[in-house]
Design a protein around this ligand. Structure first.
Ligand code: EPU
Length: 339
């Protein structure tokens, strides 16, 4: 099928912040061949290509003078099933949460804690999505990507991807790799991860003492829905900042001043702080200026009440960063890609 390229397309419906910005050119790729056609077309026009998945980890601060290529390839398949371990492959354009549900409906264990994360399968490895004690890397079995430098396909193993907290080789080498499909190592019997925050308690409240993966998925959906705004109703990109890693000395000093500081010591001696706690403590939770705000229930989430521009949201983020640096001597790093 040949690629449809449109001019001057509004991206409001294609970014979960629902910020207004237009793409000089816009196309949707349903298969590998259309990805190649789009790359060639953009090169012919002398334009860069911006790859888009669900647009849920993106802040647009201006019109995009590029060919915006939305990955729209679909397909989920079982590659291998030995009765215990099951290898699944999904195309990059598959929406993430319905994909997770597809696996849970088949009794597969592994993705339940990652329920209800916005975005697509192909975007998930970019920032090594994670929630409730599980990260993508824990169930990752490989991916196929197109190398834009050589035009060749390349297979990636877990070790090749350089996954870290909300980070990967694909994020560090932004623009080089087009992730086409991702493989997941799931299981029918693997242990569930119930020890993060409120998961176990939520299951107990529901009277479930021997949960299945699907039960855990439902509990995660309930927990997320209570605190995190639904992008279909209120524009947002999930956590706007990463939880910062600080030295043990700084964590200790902060703890001396704030007994209720939320801090998680890491294996490497650094301490991860809850950015949401820092931002709330600094008084920003529920703050609103124009249509840009800090969510009422989760201080780590910036929201667009309707007409906020990307510039306004970025300006708010920068005010928060400066305030947190001044109060706590902590540098907050922005999580979504700012364009
Ligand atoms: N907290 C506050 N005030 C707030 C928000 C949080 O005091 O406004 C405290 C909480 O009470 C809790 C701690 O901070 O003690 C951690 O909060 P929570 O469990 O809600 O998680 P988080 O650190 O704010 C991270 C991820 C989320 C993920 C959750 C659950 C990052 C940047 N964010 O948030 O991921 O869903 O843990 O695992 O790591 C995302 O990346 O977009 C995202 C939503």
């Amino acid at each position: 099928m040949s690629l449809q390229v449109r001019q001057r397309v509004s991206l409001k419906a294609y970014n979960s912040f629902a910020v207004e910005a237009s793409a000089r050119l816009f196309a949707e790729a349903h298969d590998d061949d259309q990805v190649r056609q789009a790359l060639a077309y953009a090169a012919g026009q002398g334009l860069p290509v911006l790859l888009l998945g669900g647009g849920s980890n993106l802040l647009l601060t201006a019109d995009v003078e590029a060919l915006v290529l939305r990955m729209a390839s679909r397909g989920i398949r079982v590659i291998q099933d030995d009765g215990e371990r099951v290898l699944i492959e999904a195309e990059a354009g598959e929406p993430w949460h319905p994909f997770v549900q597809w696996t849970l409906q088949r009794g597969l264990v592994g993705l339940e804690n990652l329920s209800l994360i916005p975005g697509t399968v192909g975007a998930a490895p970019m920032q090594n999505i994670g929630a409730y004690g599980v990260e993508l890397k824990d169930v990752f079995a490989g991916l196929t990507a197109l190398d834009r430098r050589s035009g060749e396909l390349r297979e990636f193993t877990l070790a090749d991807c350089g996954f870290a907290y909300r980070d990967s080789l694909f994020k560090r080498e932004a623009g080089r790799w087009v992730i086409l499909r991702v493989r997941f190592a799931l299981s029918r019997t693997a242990p569930l991860h119930l020890d993060y925050g409120p998961v176990r308690q939520r299951l107990a409240e529901q009277g479930i003492d021997a949960p299945t993966a699907a039960d855990v998925g439902r509990a995660i959906c309930a927990i997320r829905s209570e605190k995190l705004p639904d992008p279909a109703l209120l524009g947002n990109a999930g956590s706007f900042f990463k939880n910062p890693l600080v030295s043990a000395e700084l964590a200790q000093r902060l703890r001396a001043a704030h007994a209720d500081l939320v801090a998680y010591p890491q294996a490497d001696g650094l301490v991860k702080l809850a950015a949401g706690w820092l931002i709330e403590r600094a008084g920003w939770k529920g703050f609103r200026e124009g249509d840009a705000g800090v969510h009422r229930l989760q201080a780590l989430v910036l929201v667009n009440y309707g007409q906020a521009s990307g510039q306004q949201l970025l300006a708010l983020a920068q005010r928060i960063q400066a305030d947190i640096a001044q109060r706590f001597a902590v540098a907050l790093e922005i999580e979504p890609n700012v364009l």
